[in-house]
Design a protein around this ligand. Structure first.
Ligand code: NDP
Ligand code: HSE
Length: 434
């Protein structure tokens, strides 16, 4: 039966994502009413700059006092699309204190304070939904939290940051410079307010922490996620990757240990074969592989950033939370019962591509190979090439290893740096997806 009294929604933030949420709520109002079983009404919009012109939004709804909006007594659901830690955290807590369920796109906050926010929601008997926080439009949180709740997820690997994928894609395919590609991604609304969060891997690490928690039913904090950004990836790395039949992507990789007793979570650039499906993920698209015991390998693919795609995920949550409100129920909360520890990066086992600048003289190759052997790292291939600027004096040596522990590789590199014949370690990159 259709309820005529509307569910009232407070929109906290009206930027790239919020403005699209407001637009879709308005243009699809009739459909949303039918799907939910009651009208949803935009009852207030909190922003920082009230004088900014906001197309399609009734100016009387705009306020700079988000707290007062939540406290006024008639709000059912708050949508937090401000971003960052504060005031978002206090506003979400205030919402729960006033009986308001929350939809958020804020991965930074959820990765840092997800446990406390989940606890606050549960204590208040309210919903906290955040599909948009990971991989933009792609349905991923709900499939992992609900559809795969009966299975056992062992591994998740994917591209979860649109900005960096956009930059790497441009560098690879058009030879564009890093800054030029970043400026374009920012103009398209993909980048975070501070793009350092994207390019240094913090945004992907936050998403990795959220996904790892859901995948392994444990609590993974942002600090538990090993993180390397993509600012050091160079044209030379792409050239080297190409020679190996690979490209370079910023990956998030979450793994359950073979004995099932621990997990690892990491974000770093990696070479992947061109034949791997992730290699053809272009522009700001994201793609995530989930490997589950019974289901096998699943791939989720779609737009990973941008106003309208992200608003789609927010609206999906809004419908779910609104339905729960009408049913006087709540959706699933945090599941962290396995309490699996997160192992350090040193325990991760993978392959490596190491590029060295070495003296071009007899015995150097043997010295380098011995150093790898002494640390228990087995070499798969070696490619040496004299440098045009150092004929007879310097050469580039590219070593690709078999699978080895990250700690063993770090020890090898440390020892290589101490060799007189090694002039420098130009780059170290993991090789994944083979
Ligand atoms: P924007 O910077 O475009 O928008 C932020 C909004 O918050 C603005 O409307 C701003 O007001 C408002 N705001 C800032 N401070 C306050 C405050 N103190 N009180 C009230 N309002 C405030 O960010 P996005 O829309 O890009 O991102 C929002 C969230 O969505 C973030 O958590 C982000 O990580 C996440 N997200 C973003 C995606 C994207 O592609 N952009 C994709 C997936 C998630 P004003 O307009 O006046 O400046
Ligand atoms: N800045 C983020 C990205 C937005 O580029 O992926 C989507 O979460």
């Amino acid at each position: 039966m259709m309820r005529t009294r509307p569910l009232k929604v407070a929109l906290l933030g009206c930027g790239v994502v919020g403005s699209e949420v407001a637009r879709i709520m308005t243009t699809h109002a009739d459909d949303l009413t039918q799907r939910i079983g009651a009208p949803v009404e935009l009852a207030g919009v909190a922003v920082r700059r009230p004088s900014k012109v906001r197309e399609g939004i009734d100016p009387s709804l705009i306020t700079t006092d988000a707290t007062a909006l939540l406290k006024r007594g008639d709000i059912d659901i708050a949508i937090e699309v401000i971003g960052g830690i504060e005031p978002a955290r206090t506003l979400i807590t205030t919402a729960f204190e006033h009986g308001i369920s929350v939809v958020s796109a804020n991965k930074a906050l959820l990765a840092q304070d997800g446990a406390a926010l989940h606890a606050a929601a549960e204590q208040a008997g309210l919903d906290l939904y955040y599909e948009a926080a990971v991989a933009g439009a792609i349905p991923l949180v709900r499939p992992m939290r609900e559809s795969l709740a009966g299975d056992k997820i062992n591994r998740v690997m994917g591209i979860v940051n649109g900005t960096t994928n956009f930059i790497l894609d441009k560098m690879d395919l058009t030879g564009a410079g890093y800054q030029e590609a970043l400026d374009e991604a920012t103009a398209l609304g993909y980048a975070e307010a501070d793009p350092t969060a994207d390019v240094e891997g913090y945004d992907a690490a936050a998403k990795a922490a959220i996904l790892a928690g859901i995948a392994f039913h444990t609590r993974v904090r942002l600090d538990d996620v090993y993180r390397e950004g993509m600012t050091e990836v160079s044209a030379a790395d792409f050239a080297s990757a190409k020679r190996m039949g690979c490209t370079i992507k910023l990956l998030a990789i979450l793994e359950r240990a073979a004995d099932g007793e621990s997990v690892t979570a990491r974000v770093h650039p990696a070479m992947i074969p061109l034949s791997h499906p992730l290699a053809s993920v272009r522009e700001a698209y994201n793609a995530v592989f989930v490997e589950a015991e019974a289901a096998g390998r699943l791939m989720f693919y779609g737009p990973g950033a941008g106003g309208a795609p992200t608003a789609s995920a927010v609206l999906g949550d809004l419908v779910a939370v609104a339905r729960n409100k009408l049913a006087e129920a709540t959706g699933p909360g945090e599941s962290a019962y396995t309490q699996l520890p997160v192992s350090p990066m040193g325990d991760v086992v993978t392959r490596y591509h190491i590029s060295l600048d070495v003296a071009d003289k007899p015995g150097v190759l043997a010295q380098v190979a011995t150093t790898f052997a002494e640390h228990g790292v087995s070499i798969d291939t070696v490619r040496q090439q004299g440098r045009p600027d150092g004929v007879g004096k310097e050469a580039s040596l590219v070593v690709v290893t078999h699978r080895a522990a990250d700690a063993a590789l770090s020890g090898t590199v440390e020892a290589l740096r101490k060799l007189d014949t090694v002039r420098g370690v130009a780059s170290i990159m993991r090789v994944e997806g083979e």
